[in-house]
Design a protein around this ligand. Sequence first.
Ligand code: AMP
Ligand code: ZN
Length: 471
Amino acid sequence: MPDFRLYNTMTRSAEAFAPQDGRTVRMYTCGPTVYNPAHLGNFRTFLFEDLLRRTLRLAGWNVLQVMNITDVDDKIILRADKAALTIKEVTEPVTATFQKDREFLRIEPAEVYPKATEHIGEMIALVQQLLDKGLAYQAEDGSVYFAIARFPSYGRLSRLDTRTIRPGARVIADDYNKEDVRDFALWKAAKPEDERTHAAWDSPWGRGRPGWHLECSAMAKRYLGDTLDIHGGGVDLIFPHHEDEIAQSEGASGVTFSRFWCHGEFLLTDGEKMAKRIGNVMNVADLRESGIGAAALRHFVFSVRYRQQLNLTEDALEASQRAVRRVGEFAARLSTATRGTAGLADAADTLERDAKAALFDDLNAPQAVAALFDFIRRANAELDQASGTDLSGLERARAAFATVNGVLDIVPDAPAIDSQLESWIATQLSNREQARARRDFTTADGIRRELEARGIAIEDTPLGTKWKKVR
Ligand code: AMP
Ligand code: ZN
């Protein structure tokens, strides 16, 4: 059992972590609200969760991750109504974009992506349970609210003094129906725009739709049971969203909702939180247009610990691009090397030991990245002088590199080479070889320069001339 430490927002300290059943980590992570493509801020959080799940597996556990798709909410309804569409017509293409963007960024898929609109039955059952227990009440307008005053432990996660809690940005303040301004909606009575956009369902309390917090409590229970090992999200979800999830789930079940609460810090642009409403967002489409790949973005995100804010700048992205190019060159060299040294095995052991220690210490990704670059320096030096056929050292190096890169995943995609270019290169190389055979070095050098002008670097080796695309 590895010594695995994870910071728990509930206790405000790093604690030893292991899944409750010793085998499978049951993890719930709040997913995107699909009214607009997710931006890089959202993806910073999803990348932190990707790092978490890959590290948990490195520690030897299985992971069962559930990420909800919020496909009914105020902003979705507003957008649908403005465009005379149903919510489904708005959310389906955005959900498809989310999955494509996620795949582009090499974020491993969660095991389940439940949609809120497909779990209305579970949500109604949860509201009914809370009503039966006297923790919720129906107001005159038909909406159902959670009664915070009847749940004394409310505020434990955010450590807010409940007497001073004011409605947050996502709490609707215009309700005179509530017993207490702090109460939040479990079920919202349908308004005409909800009906127009097909965002209303029948319930024992009349037509309506679920509140945002309710979906996570209901779907977490449906797929993971009453007690999760880990619940994750961005820091902005601590209050009110996660606080309200706890109230609903623990109010209904009477047991701890999640053993660990893990929150990732914000991605900033120019020192301000990246957010749609501020208008400073960059999304994956913008990233791809700038020619920045998944490996570079992952390197950039993992260059700072997940609990620290991270500022997005062009310089930082370019530095990451340069860094991963080195990783890519090394990966290619390592995979084609035919000679090894005993020193490679030693470097590999050091890499694996240091990277694991860093990652198991509350996901210290920057330190794991540093260990990888140390390894690349050392291994390159070993390969430079490798003359022996110590293949076991080479195998060790390949395995350790694959293990650590299996978590970070920062080897860039090989630039696409079209077949026309490839056959042109082959012709050039054979012309060059013939020129060299007849000792016509002027022609041979000319061909080399022509190749370089097209971004192709060549290298003469005992096994023949090799080429690679460098631009
Ligand atoms: P939303 O689609 O708004 O529900 O957000 C999806 C996830 O992205 C949540 O876990 C948020 O906490 C997270 N998030 C939103 N903005 C940022 C940001 N600028 N940096 C990091 N995470 C963010
Ligand atoms: Zn949630």
